[in-house]
Design a protein around this ligand. Structure first.
Ligand SMILES: [Zn+2]
Length: 215
């Protein structure tokens, strides 16, 4: 147990709680149906594979493939050094927003697959991955610090989401929950299996408020 028991968890870093909805034209969308590399590669082969049905910025219904940016997830067995993703551009005159689509198993900004991060911060119930490259101690400390930080903003998002199950989860964990506590409670409530717990909650909060991060 944490020695700070009884005290509210510390504030998270600013980068975890900054919305990108109004400051940026376009951005990242996370596809919650793509849980593994095989599905991702299949979707990527088809120009329609990840195409949003409309532009989240202006609502226009035509988006074209713009480019294929690369991601370099480190330290997960079975994950190649380079994973391509797809970026679409809105065809509406005067919009031109670009949208990168991230499969659910890749962590935004962390250069990792979510599974790798979950193995560090929730090791007890995670399947062992013998031979997986180790994560630097400094990185592990940063992840643990973020996981122990306050989930207040995430809880507020859930409470305001309009979904009954999410509102119930928010009132169950309360405003003083840490991100670790919220992740566990969400996984229990939504029956998320180990290795998918961080990915599931990260996708949910990004969907509720683009840019807000679990980790
Ligand atoms: Zn648009």
């Amino acid at each position: 147990m944490s020695p700070s028991i009884g005290l509210p968890p510390p504030d998270p870093e600013t980068c975890l709680v900054t919305s990108r909805v109004s400051r940026f034209k376009g951005g990242t969308l996370i596809d919650d149906e793509v849980h593994d590399l095989e599905t991702h590669e299949r979707r990527l082969c088809d120009p329609d594979g990840y195409r949003p049905c409309r532009c989240p910025r202006c609502g226009h219904g035509v988006l074209h493939v713009h480019c294929y940016p690369e991601r370099h997830p480190r330290g997960e067995l079975g994950m190649p050094a380079v994973v391509r993703i797809v970026q679409y551009v809105c065809a509406a005159a005067g919009c031109g927003a670009t949208w990168r689509i991230l499969p659910m198993f890749l962590a935004r900004h962390l250069w990792r697959a979510w599974k790798t991060v979950e193995r560090v911060v929730m090791p007890a119930s995670m399947p062992r991955s013998a031979g997986a490259p180790t994560v630097p101690a400094r990185t592990e400390r940063r992840w643990r610090g973020r996981f122990a930080a306050s989930a207040r903003i995430l809880v507020v998002l859930l409470a305001a989401s309009g979904g009954m199950a999410l509102e119930a989860l928010a009132s169950h964990v309360g405003l003083d929950a840490s991100r670790a506590e919220l992740t566990e409670a969400h996984a229990d409530a939504a029956r998320v299996m180990p290795a998918a717990r961080l990915a599931a909650l990260a996708e949910l909060v990004h969907r509720l408020e683009r840019g807000v991060r679990l980790m």
